[in-house]
Design a binder for this molecule. Sequence first.
Ligand code: ZN
Length: 296
Amino acid sequence: MKRILLAIVLLLLAGTVSAAEKTGPKVYISADMEGIWGVVHGNQTSSSSPEYGPARKWMTEDVNAVIAGLFEAGAAEVVVNDSHGSMRNIIPEDLDPRASLISGSPKPLSMMQGIDDTFAACIFVGYHARAGTAPAVLDHTISGGVVHAIRVNGQEMPELGLNAAIAGYFNVPVIMLSGDTETCAQAKSILGEALTAVAVKKAEGRYAAQNFPLDEARKRLREGAKEAFLKRGQVAAFRLKAPFKFELELNNSGQAVMPALIPAIKRTGPRTLEISSNDYLEGFKLLRAAINLAGI
Ligand SMILES: [Zn+2]
């Protein structure tokens, strides 16, 4: 009788555990392309080039390595947001089938579409350094043709900082980033030393890098994701202090004309615009709209 009772208790416990796993920690991944293993040139990140096909495959594989590490470490759900160019780069059928994929554009929150406060952690894969960083592979900020610099409350920001603050808005910590060596250093200087930064290549210039041995790079991505997930409690969300002042420095004065038609976007110089907001997300959306209007 005691054995039967014990068996029933064990069965009930097993049921509880599997139910808890299904509703366990969710992880959000934003995946860009310039910081992917193998990528050193715009031809590899542009869909019109014959060099694009292989780079899509590398991107999918870098992301898969991170997903594998996350599930190994106990993540219950992984959502991947394709965050480069057309945002249709990751090959859907080749992505780890345990993860879901946000594909395509435009999306209101762009590289951070889909993030909310139900996620336990956020990871940036294949990210790159901000415009004006050297040596850094394909350094730019959001739009190479339009943006010279973006400052938030006086601090010059790469995409990784702007996007980390969106995650922070929802109290989600960025626990890991992958990219070239320079981007990893920039990420740590902004997001802090608790960030797990995995370099897949050593930046040698804007169009050159030493790619680390492929198996080693993928292993580091997998191990890095596992470690970062397990120590996620030690990483604080990146929250900037209100009120927010976004400064957008454009490449030329012609680009300032169209964004300045929006009353909330002030032209403060021949090629500079300013947005003030008490709400980070609202300010970011205006910034994003300004960049697109500037590109017209
Ligand atoms: Zn990109």
